[in-house]
Design a protein around this ligand. Structure first.
Ligand code: 13P
Ligand code: SF4
Length: 306
């Protein structure tokens, strides 16, 4: 990639006292210039802990919003304001308020892939890396309303045995994966271990050996005896996997799962974002404060886990 853009980003980063955080689904060259690359949970911890003045968030809007909720004294920039998450858009605060009226006793757990106003109405946030532990820690005598991902929710039900009320949201990128393609790859590579994300559908999970968050996959690979992995999540993570584990082989689906929103961030947009200090992501205080409580409860329950 053009060294000039990379040099420009490094200069601007120093000038702005900025840190660049990137999600594991970003394009390879964006991952490579990031100060930290990780899953949603790791990125929220980084955003909460950094002493930089500016956070450039290379991910989607709810991730940048989470950083803004946790670090109100920092400027959080999203290099493409249209990088949203369709799953997060499948629930609104008004809809959740109505559902809460129907289930007044329920504890509400919101996957971080949700709007800030939804987080503000929930008791706990979780990520795919800690949803099981978080739900296990909740009192057994309370019903649980889990929003917005029905597939992560079902995974948590299967793991914990808790009977939760699920919101019918889903990730279009993960739901599109065709189990027949995975079966075909398993036949082609019988030695391979199949890793899938909890956002995948039940038939995909049934074909998988491990169901893990993106950070969980990266932790699992060095512990596994397998040399080859069929990776059933957004294909951006194969870049990190190949870089971190050059002695292993990673295979994506013939029709690779791509999140178009994650791919909206480019090096040029990162440079422009730092130059013009755009797009600043802010969350109004009346939403930020209750949303931060729900995020803090998650981070307090699992200070190191996930
Ligand atoms: P992780 O928390 O596993 O990184 O997943 C985030 C996400 O958006 C998955 O689609
Ligand atoms: Fe949202 Fe799915 Fe993209 Fe993750 S992969 S950001 S859940 S649309």
């Amino acid at each position: 990639m053009s060294q000039t853009v990379i040099d420009q980003i490094q200069d601007l980063k120093r000038k702005r006292r900025a840190v660049i955080l990137a999600h594991n689904y970003q394009i390879g060259e964006v991952q490579d210039i990031a100060d930290f690359c990780g899953d949603s949970l790791q990125l929220s911890r980084q955003a909460a802990a950094t002493d930089a003045k500016v956070i450039v968030f290379c991910g989607v809007a709810f991730m940048a919003e989470t950083a803004a909720i946790l670090s109100p004294d920092k400027t959080v920039l999203l290099p493409d304001k249209h990088a949203g998450c369709p799953m997060a858009d499948m629930i609104t605060a008004e809809q959740l308020a109505e559902k809460k009226r129907q289930h007044p006793d329920a504890l509400v757990v919101a996957y971080v892939n949700s709007p800030a106003a939804v987080k503000a109405l929930c008791d706990y946030c979780c990520t795919s890396g800690n949803a099981v532990e978080l739900v296990e820690s909740l009192p057994k005598d309370r019903p649980i309303l889990f929003v917005p991902d029905r597939y992560l929710g079902q995974f948590v039900i299967d793991k914990t045995g808790r009977d939760m009320i699920l919101w019918p949201g889903y990730c279009p990128t993960h739901v599109r994966m065709d189990p027949r393609q995975i079966q075909g790859l398993k036949e082609q590579y019988p030695d391979a271990e199949v890793l899938c994300h909890p956002e995948c559908t039940e038939p995909v999970k049934a074909l998988s050996h491990q169901i893990l968050s993106t950070g969980g996959m990266l932790k699992w690979i060095p512990q596994s005896s397998a040399r080859r992995f069929i990776v059933c999540t957004e294909e951006g993570i194969l870049h990190t996997m190949r870089k971190k584990f050059p002695d292993r082989q990673f295979v994506t689906l013939p029709n690779p799962p791509i999140c178009p929103n994650m791919k909206k961030i480019t090096l040029e947009k990162v440079a422009w974002s730092l130059e013009d200090m755009q797009h600043v992501i802010t969350v109004p205080e009346n939403i930020r404060i209750p949303a931060k409580q729900a995020l803090d409860r998650m981070l307090d329950i699992m200070p190191k886990g996930g």
